[in-house]
Design a protein around this ligand. Structure first.
Ligand code: ADP
Ligand code: MG
Length: 647
């Protein structure tokens, strides 16, 4: 029979309907799927070791005859053990299995078996605990064996057998990479790679195969993203905003001159807006780089071209802050800016929704409240989301559906290293504001030792608040639900409350209701709170110019990107600001990381360093929707390959 790799996996000997059903759980339907189910690990069984050469802690393959079999008696609640004495012609060793009734039945004295397992020491004697066992075939060692992720109902030996057979049907599998790419990157071909990823002849071949398949996977992912983007680019059903309305009209009325980066980004946006294509643009700009002015200018152009614009912010306080800023910016232009949030009275809301529908409101600012179903626009042309990582893609989509192919701007203050951005945001156009407005006093950052520097840090805080300034204190927290960390922040709060009796200290934690959090932030903004202790990342984007201290407890437990975000909460006014990192730098890595924070305030440099030192884990949370699960590539380890792929 002629079997093709595109056939159902049931074409493989031993895969019946039952096993096929189990394989479905691994997303394996065809023989090709099976071939792409790569091993998660390998066992090196190339060499049969002599028993007299074994050392503690090695994982090895031995081959020998069972000389003695000893079964422990059944004792309730205790593991049953099966002890074997195994010998080859150099010596003997004890091999121990636990709860192996099945093995008790099948193992026979004086028959030769292979055992693969870890050597440990017990009462001074070496033994092998619960090894992998196979009947010796009389041949030499089986080689490097693949270990697969399994589900109940399939064994390693079965899947190995199936893979062996699947490989024999590979003829039809075409190599989808062009030859020049394969050559340029000195890669092996696809057949070779698949064969050797499952059954590598040696370590070098495994390495070559792995490289090829990692490259392959990242390459295809990048292509897929680019093709989505290309589809957007070709879609000419977007709005052509008037080329008679120039952004410059608005920009020239701003109280400051735009930075070069701001101007460049605006030019990119203006070009998008005047074209028929639907803008899908991500604006990456560090905290304080002036994204609000960008949003406002784009909105100006949309509104003066006869459309409405909407800006969605993740929290009520942030939305309110935006509304205040934008309202005053648009005052001279007869542009009507209104705020829609969840806390409005029903009556006010109704009036507002009516006005919006009738087109009396030009620019709507709001929280999630703006995506509610009864919120309808007259002629929505531009959708802006601020701190977009706080929103799901779905929410953004709901918002865009309120218009007819509106242009979309998403803004984020989390700098992402370029290489990663191509994967995380591969379907968007990216603009980067990589320059700060002039005259900013960079925040001074200091790392102090947890045990020896605390007094100094607290004195410093006291000094600043005595001058009328305010401080943020942040305790580590990985998950909002992490009860342990909530307690530690509470402890810190109690400690500070005692120490700063003459000042107002307030705790803010993640499990509070949004409204309660907003209220506390509002009080902080109004200067009614001197020290704000927080268990969560302080609301992004919040602007409290009078706050000059960011004190971070256990700073070594935060990623650099997070530390940078937190630091961005201060240094927003005319006062010199400080970031104090209380840290226990146990490792060299921890030391390096905190030092970077002392050395630079450039978010992009920090992001690159973080990627270098810790891998990309921290960046993944910033985009809520999935890049597909990767089979073999690991973005944490394969950044270098990703760079090549991108090129
Ligand atoms: P972010 O990018 O964090 O949203 P903002 O838009 O809030 O930053 O800007 C931070 C501050 O910088 C604001 O007070 C804003 O008025 C000011 N700003 C923005 N652009 C400039 C500029 N080109 N020159 C001077 N100040 C600016
Ligand atoms: Mg902002």
């Amino acid at each position: 029979m002629n079997v093709s790799i595109f056939d159902d996996v049931k074409s493989i000997k031993g895969v019946g309907p039952k096993k096929a059903k189990v394989l479905e759980a691994l997303d394996i339907f065809t023989i090709e799927d099976l071939l792409h189910h790569y091993p998660r690990d390998y066992e090196d069984r190339r060499i049969i070791r002599t028993i007299n050469s074994l050392k503690e802690d090695e994982t090895v393959l031995i081959q020998g005859k069972i000389r003695l079999i000893h079964k422990s008696r059944y004792v309730k609640g205790k593991k049953r053990t099966l002890r074997l004495l195994v010998s080859d012609n150099t010596g003997d060793i004890e091999v121990v299995f636990f709860n192996s009734a099945y093995l008790e039945r099948i193992l026979k004295k004086n028959v030769e078996y292979q055992f693969y397992g870890k050597i440990s020491r017990n009462n001074g004697r070496l033994q092998m605990l619960h090894p992998n066992l196979s009947v010796s075939t009389g041949e030499s060692a089986p080689g490097i064996l693949p270990i697969y992720s399994l589900v109940q109902g399939i064994t390693q030996n079965e899947i190995r057998r199936w893979q062996k057979e699947a490989i024999s049907y590979m003829k039809e599998l075409e190599d989808h990479l062009p030859l020049y790419l394969i050559k340029e990157n000195r890669m092996c071909d696809l057949h070779y790679a698949i064969e050797n990823i499952h059954f590598p002849k040696d370590v070098q071949k495994l390495k070559e195969s792995k490289y090829r398949l990692v490259y392959d996977e990242l390459f295809l992912l990048q292509l897929a993203l680019l093709s989505i983007k290309q589809r957007f680019d070709k879609d000419i059903s977007g709005i052509e905003f008037s080329n008679q309305i120039k952004m410059e009209e608005f920009v020239s009325k701003l109280p400051y001159k735009l930075t070069g980066a701001q101007s460049r980004v605006l030019a990119e946006i203006e070009k998008d807006m005047e074209s028929k294509k639907i803008m899908n643009r991500l604006i990456q700009g560090d905290v304080g780089s002036g994204k609000t002015a960008i949003a406002a200018t784009a909105a100006y152009k949309a509104i003066k071209s006869g459309y409405q614009a909407v800006l969605m912010a993740p929290t009520e306080i942030l939305a309110r802050q935006h509304k205040d800023t934008l309202k005053s910016m648009f005052e001279p232009f007869e542009i009507n800016v209104e705020l829609l949030t969840g806390s409005m009275t029903a009556k006010n809301r109704e009036g507002l929704i009516n006005d919006l529908k009738e087109g009396k409101i030009d620019f709507l600012i709001g929280t999630h409240a703006v995506i509610q179903e009864d919120v309808q626009f007259n002629n929505l042309g531009l959708v802006i989301t601020d701190e977009q990582h706080r929103f799901g893609v779905k929410q953004r989509l709901l918002l865009t559906q309120k218009g007819s192919n509106p242009d979309v701007l998403v803004m984020t203050a989390t700098p992402i290293p370029r290489t990663l951005a191509f994967i995380l945001y591969g379907d968007l156009d990216i603009s980067i504001i990589d320059e700060m407005p002039p005259g900013r006093k960079p925040v001074i950052t200091k790392v102090v030792n947890r045990n020896t520097g605390r007094e100094y840090a607290y004195d410093f805080v006291r000094n600043e608040i005595a001058k009328g300034r305010q401080a943020y204190v942040v305790a580590p927290l990985i998950e909002e639900s992490d009860v342990l960390d909530v307690k530690s922040a509470t402890e810190l709060y109690e400690e500070l409350k005692n120490r700063f009796k003459d000042y107002k200290v307030q705790l803010l934690h993640g499990s509070m209701k949004q409204l309660e959090k907003d209220n506390i932030m509002e009080e902080f903004k109004e200067g009614k709170i001197d020290i704000l202790v927080s268990t969560v990342v302080i609301e992004v984007g919040i602007n409290v110019p009078n706050a000059t201290i960011m004190l971070i407890e256990n700073a070594e437990r935060f990623g650099l990107a997070t530390l940078h975000q937190l630091r961005g909460r201060v240094g927003r006014g005319k006062y010199q600001s400080y970031c104090i990192l209380i840290a226990e730098e146990k490792t060299e890595l921890a030391k390096q990381r905190t030092q970077i924070m002392e050395q630079t305030t450039d978010g992009f440099i920090i992001a690159e360093k973080d990627l270098e030192l810790r891998g990309p884990g921290e960046f993944f949370g910033v985009r809520q929707h999935g890049i597909p699960e990767l089979k073999i590539a690991d973005l944490a380890k394969n950044i270098k390959v990703l760079e090549k792929v991108h090129k």
